[in-house]
Design a protein around this ligand. Structure first.
Ligand code: C5P
Length: 197
């Protein structure tokens, strides 16, 4: 069975948690596509060369999850040739036999517009910054400023800007416990699977 769940949205909205839970529940493979952009910027050198030469081992670094790595990733992600170099791998992952969950910014709009399920997970910038701050500590106002800066860059770029696909279901997690968001996402996937049976 070929079945793609595309999960897009801004940083710290809950995409990762929801994606992992949905993948585990339905036995689908999961790809955190943000990690690809983080790894490209962490490799250094020319970002287009880094994207073209990206290898699985490049994703294994333990410095990819920091706030700084996220900011740096959003800069290389604005380069059209970097996005192009990473697109084929993501598309193959999405359409391989067995079902796949991909989370990112442009999965439902550009990488896999034919996805069987499209979700757009969002929350207010304040709530997202607070969640990130609970994980990383430091100055919360600074974390909020960085969240806003990254949103502006990801939503404002010319190539594949972050936005909900017209046919995506929007889940706003600002005032929703994570298990409720996971349940809603799972229900939507379950219904889409049933419709195909
Ligand atoms: O999701 P994550 O925070 O790991 O993504 C890091 C950055 O990578 C994002 O801010 C965004 O600029 C970029 N990205 C993207 N398209 C994706 C996934 C991530 O442009 N599909």
């Amino acid at each position: 069975m070929i079945f793609t769940v595309a999960i897009d949205g801004p940083a710290a909205a809950g995409k990762g948690t929801i994606s992992r839970a949905v993948a585990a529940q339905f036995g689908f493979r999961h790809l955190d596509t943000g990690l690809l952009y983080r790894a490209v910027s962490a490799k250094g050198g020319d970002p287009v060369d880094a994207a073209r030469g990206l290898r699985p081992a490049d994703l294994d670094r333990d410095d990819l999850r920091s706030l700084a790595a996220g900011q740096a990733a959003s800069r290389v992600a604005a380069i059209p040739a970097v996005r192009e170099a990473l697109a084929g791998f993501q598309r193959r992952f999405a359409r391989e036999e067995g079902g796949a969950v991909l989370d990112g910014r442009d999965i439902g709009t550009v990488i896999c517009p034919e996805a069987e399920v499209k979700l757009y997970i969002t929350a207010s910038a304040e709530v997202r910054a607070h969640r990130r701050w609970l994980e990383v500590g430091g100055d919360e106002a600074q974390v909020l400023a960085e969240v806003r800066e990254r949103d502006a860059r990801d939503m404002g770029r010319d190539t594949s800007p972050l936005r909900a696909a017209a046919d995506a279901v929007v889940i706003d997690t600002s005032e929703m416990p994570v298990d409720e968001a996971v349940r809603r996402a799972s229900d939507i996937v379950e219904r889409a699977l049933e419709a195909r049976r």
